[in-house]
Design a protein around this ligand. Structure first.
Ligand code: SF4
Length: 355
């Protein structure tokens, strides 16, 4: 409702809306909603009613949205239940239906518009700044043990392909790391190079494999002992997850929020919260369903952020903003290397700001 109407009804709104004094009424936004949509609110006497309309304060609007959603959902479920027998009897539709809940319909990140834009030297810095937790964990494990088991090589290898590593870069990247461990160059060429070429569609059926979506990582092939693949929000013990987030300097209140989401089995929302906390934003502006999407969104934001920082710097406010960022990021990139990391990431921004 407009300001005029709100001022006119200020007394009534204040008397009929619990916890609202007249000045508070004037600060809040109110919505005029048909009575049928606000049954729960007027039944519990939480809103002002006049001429068949309820005047709902902003803080109560979620009740209306939820009711609406519930009604639509239950209608859709009833309709589905009625149609299901005839759909299930069609054997062409059966496999489709069986896989519906696992299917991913977002962008295909195997289409690499950014191929060759990333150098191997940038990966360490990128893994801290822009990789989702699952890939950051795989990268760390690879650097520490110079090896990853099959599940990890597939999940991480396809992700790296999706962010733009060419086949030649991928072969060099994996080989360099593996020969620092127990695998010699000959064994690598014979045993591992094939599967990397396979991922790039150069061997076997020559399928160009697609990087895994969150749904696939969360729902299939859970990690066993000695594995590092999977989704840390889904597959890590909450206590270990908490320790990991602490070591990444996530503030305690943020960790609590992430763990609450994990407890409610909202793994992708927990990951999105991790994005917010590590990028210092209140709303990431996207809904996460793919690790490569996380990476692209992070790069977009960081390159935009850099522009913002330049502006703030010019206007003298830079220090304050930068301190907030520092507290989150400093755990993993030593301050001395931040400048190097930033330089390494220069040049990518033009790419990732394209849509
Ligand atoms: Fe990775 Fe997706 Fe899990 Fe995030 S929610 S850690 S991107 S699998």
């Amino acid at each position: 409702i407009g300001e005029d109407l709100k001022n006119e009804l200020a007394n009534e709104l204040s008397i009929s809306t619990p916890g609202f004094s007249v000045p508070k009424v004037k600060e809040q936004t109110f919505y005029k909603v048909g009575l049928a949509d606000a049954v729960d609110l007027f039944r519990t006497r939480r809103v002002f009613i006049k001429d068949g309309f309820a005047y709902v304060p902003f803080k109560e609007i979620d009740v209306i949205v939820l009711n609406n959603y519930r009604t639509k959902l239950s209608k859709a479920l009833a309709l589905t239940a009625r149609s299901l027998p005839s759909i299930q009897s069609d054997e062409r539709l059966q496999p489709l239906l069986n896989h519906l809940s696992h299917s991913y319909v977002g962008p295909d990140y195997s289409v690499q518009k950014n191929t060759g834009k990333i150098s191997l030297e940038q990966i360490d810095a990128l893994s801290v700044k822009s990789f989702p937790l699952c890939m950051r964990q795989l990268h760390r494990a690879l650097r520490d043990s110079h090896h990853l088991r099959h599940g990890g090589r597939m999940q991480y290898g396809l992700f790296l392909k999706g962010i733009g590593l060419t086949l030649e870069q991928a072969l060099e990247f994996w080989k360099k790391e593996f020969i620092r461990g127990k695998v010699d160059a000959d064994k690598f060429d014979k045993g591992y190079a094939y599967s990397i070429r396979h991922n790039y569609g150069k061997e076997g059926k020559r399928t160009d494999y697609t990087p895994y979506s969150c749904m696939k990582i969360i729902m299939s092939n859970p990690p066993g002992q000695g594995d590092y693949h999977g989704c840390p929000f889904r597959h890590s013990d909450p206590e270990l997850l908490k320790q990991k987030l602490q070591s990444y300097k996530i503030p305690p209140s943020g960790i609590t929020q992430v763990l609450e989401l994990v407890k409610g089995m909202h793994f992708q929302l927990a990951c999105q919260k991790y994005f917010e906390l590590t990028h210092d934003v209140d709303d990431p502006g996207f809904s996460l369903n793919h690790p490569n999407q996380y990476f692209t969104e992070s790069q977009k934001l960081l390159s935009g952020d850099r522009e913002l920082k330049k502006e703030l710097n010019n206007s003298g406010n830079f220090q304050q903003k930068n301190n907030g960022q520092e507290s989150i990021n400093s755990g993993s990139i030593p301050t001395s290397s931040n400048a190097t990391a930033d330089t390494e990431l220069e040049g990518l921004e033009a790419y990732f700001t394209e849509d």
